[in-house]
Design a protein around this ligand. Structure first.
Ligand SMILES: [Zn+2]
Length: 258
């Protein structure tokens, strides 16, 4: 809703994109729920899929795999990418602060062998700086928050950072609104973009917003018992009741469905 308000205020074009590369977590019912929820919220958009069928036929990230492969090839040519054959258990056992220990950095494993992940080498003391549209200047120590992060998974699927960056370039995205928990991802994507052939990604405006929290200040998550919007939809309150405390702060409120 915050993205919607910003885009409408600045007379931009709002594009709906749904990430579905992680096939283990994708369910048709979840995709359908996104469309139902947007309709219930009264959030309209200007381009992108109108329904689950159109999404599957024309917009699924599965159709964009060649573009992600191109990005990976470009990255590989920089020499920053290396293969990692560590199991998940080994990565966990050797990590400090949840960061990969760099075990395979200098092993020179073959990138083309099956079953290896591709990681990007993030040199020590790598700072990523940008001006956040909501919270001002940012300076992120990428090596400390992401370490040598995965760009291609062991199963050969491009990682989120690659798909997101490639999609943003493909869709000519110039404003990204996301939760503050994704600041490390933004830094990772900016780092990747600076190593790819000239592209406008570093000119993107990023707005990282605080996360919604419960009464105890904890981030809302379904695993911690927060109610899904799907549940709230069935319980009667209107979007205005739920979000009235902060919708309209930019002078825009979604259309009312009732
Ligand atoms: Zn490894």
């Amino acid at each position: 809703m915050l993205t919607w308000q910003l885009v409408r205020k600045h007379r931009g074009t709002l594009h709906l994109r749904i990430d579905d590369l992680d096939t283990a977590r994708v369910r048709p019912a979840y995709v359908a729920d996104i469309f139902d929820t947007l309709d219930w919220l009264g959030v309209d958009y200007d381009s992108g899929p109108r329904n689950a069928e159109e999404f599957a036929q024309r917009y699924s990230q599965r159709h964009r795999l060649p573009g992600y492969e191109t990005t990976l090839d470009q990255l590989r040519k920089t020499g920053l990418v290396y293969a990692c054959d560590c199991s998940r258990a080994r990565v966990l056992a050797t990590s400090t602060n949840n960061l990969y220990a760099g075990t395979c950095r200098d092993k020179r494993l073959n990138l083309d062998q099956p079953g290896v992940a591709w990681r990007v080498r993030v040199p020590e003391d790598t700072h990523v700086t940008f001006e956040d549209g909501m919270s001002g200047p940012q300076r992120i120590r990428l090596d400390r928050v992401m370490g040598d992060f995965v760009v291609r998974r062991r199963d050969g699927i491009p990682a989120y950072q690659i798909a997101s960056l490639t999609d943003d370039l493909h869709d000519n995205v110039n404003l990204v609104v996301r939760g503050a928990d994704l600041l490390p991802s933004t830094a990772a994507q900016l780092f990747l973009a600076t190593h790819l052939p000239a592209n406008p990604f570093p000119q993107t405006i990023f707005c990282h917003h605080p996360l919604l929290t419960d009464a105890e200040g904890r981030k809302l998550s379904k695993s911690a018992g927060a109610k899904a919007l799907r549940t709230l939809r069935g319980e009667g309150p209107s979007p205005a009741d739920l979000f009235g405390q902060w919708t309209g702060t930019l002078g825009y409120a979604p259309r009312r469905n009732d």
